[in-house]
Ligand binder design. Sequence first.
Ligand SMILES: *[C@@H]1O[C@H](CO)[C@@H](O)[C@H](O)[C@H]1NC(C)=O
Ligand SMILES: *[C@@H]1O[C@H](CO)[C@@H](O)[C@H](O)[C@H]1NC(C)=O
Ligand SMILES: *[C@@H]1O[C@H](CO)[C@@H](O)[C@H](O)[C@H]1NC(C)=O
Ligand SMILES: [Zn+2]
Length: 495
Amino acid sequence: MLGIIVPLLMLVMKIEAIAVSSGSFNDDDTARHYNSRYSIYDESYKVDFRYHNHTEMHNFLRKTSSRYPNLTALYSIGQSAQKRDLWVMVVSSSPYEHMIGKPDIKYVANIHGNEAVGRELMLHLIHLLVTQYGTDDYITWLLDNTRIHILPSMNPDGFEISKEGNCEGGMGRYNSRGYDLNRNFPDYFKQNNKKVQPETEAVKQWISKIQFVLSGSFHGGALVASYPFDNTPNTLFQSYRSQPSISPDNDVFEHLSMVYSTSHTKMHRGESCSRTQPGFKNGITNGAEWYPLTGGMQDFNYIWNGCMEITFEISCCKYPPANELEKFWEENRVALVNYLAEAHRGVQGFVIDEFGNPIERASVIVKGRDIKFSTTKYGEFWRILLPGNYKLEVSAEGYSPSEIDFTVIKQHPTLLNVTLHSTKRVGENGEQNQQQQQYGHGINNQGVRPYPHRDYSIHYHPNGATNNGQISDNSNGILSSISSGFNSFVTNLFG
Ligand SMILES: *[C@@H]1O[C@H](CO)[C@@H](O)[C@H](O)[C@H]1NC(C)=O
Ligand SMILES: *[C@@H]1O[C@H](CO)[C@@H](O)[C@H](O)[C@H]1NC(C)=O
Ligand SMILES: *[C@@H]1O[C@H](CO)[C@@H](O)[C@H](O)[C@H]1NC(C)=O
Ligand SMILES: [Zn+2]
């Protein structure tokens, strides 16, 4: 099944990929050699369908990295409040180095400690990717052209106190200090006074260091793919019914959600988990339309980092008995792999100067989609887009801005190199700096990239949202506190 789904797309992308390759992928011989070399160990390299506690999970990841040193790398992005490492496994044919021109993507599971299915599925996904490399063409192509970072548990402390068989409730949902980590991120729309937790800080640092192009976050308690925005601007009259909060990339988010829900064996049917929950057309929903929340991770990924993140609710029961894990794996297996390939859709390229040197931190905006993103230190950029005609606005300090028309087609990503011409003569730096500050859209000292331009009625500047409560909560008013009371009620019911 996996090999059949995108063979045409694959072939074309392979050719395209060679054009921007840094020469770091394996040829077919290496891949075959790799697989045969390890076949003698494959019997003992497996993941059981049962829950793995923190130690067992770590052992599996370590075993994987020693079995597959050329395909995996294990690193910790920091520690939980109770000092458990937040382990990330990279799976790629270039696990130790970013492949220039190729996207880095991520999966994050178990942000709510008692939503345990995603955590286990991440281990099975890692196992699938490393064992199928060199055998399954699609997976081989994926690992040769993408670096996949997998954080199986963002909330290991919560998981340790959660109980198998508990389908509902909040025990283990929060970190060990009682914070909901999916309410702990800076928020563009509303002030978030919650004290930043170590798990959240680790993830924020992580995504500021690596320019992730695509991301998925795994939850339980419902069956739906939920996309940004999760939050809504304050309006004069707060409505009791949840309204959709539509982002400028709504078409892309709907598409990405549909890729997952239609590749999932059940999600696309949109059946509700219980009488108290809604059903969802095609198994997808706008986050705020379901219920608005402040401080969520997916809006933060998108608004601050230009990374497209979707929240996947993959089990009606938050922590189902282990004997159901195999069923969940079969439901999600194809979707988990298909979603990752979406990083290769849209436009990608380099911003360079007239001498061919990369320009770091150039600002890139697809006209009409106000979320700004920035080039990496190699001058790279990526943007997931559906087929159509677009205009790219590229600017960087010391260069004349440039606008380029381009077309995106379905079959493969559009490669676009943008050359900017210097306006700078030696010694004129001071003036440039001033200009950047004038709009307040530069990257501040926390690496925070604010969301520019949109004229929402009332919003807090992201700088306010990241502080420790210096800005008092004075413009929310009583209507808003009614609605946030309602939100936290709904939140406790669902994922
Ligand atoms: C984790 O599981 C292993 C094997 O079942 C067990 O020996 C160990 O005590 C567990 N660790 C914790 C902290 O529960
Ligand atoms: C990893 O790749 C290198 C270079 O391609 C090769 O020399 C080495 O044998 C490989 N290691 C393993 C364990 O396959
Ligand atoms: C785009 O620029 C990159 C980096 O400078 C280069 O490797 C690549 O060949 C260029 N691609 C095209 C299509 O010009
Ligand atoms: Zn959740």
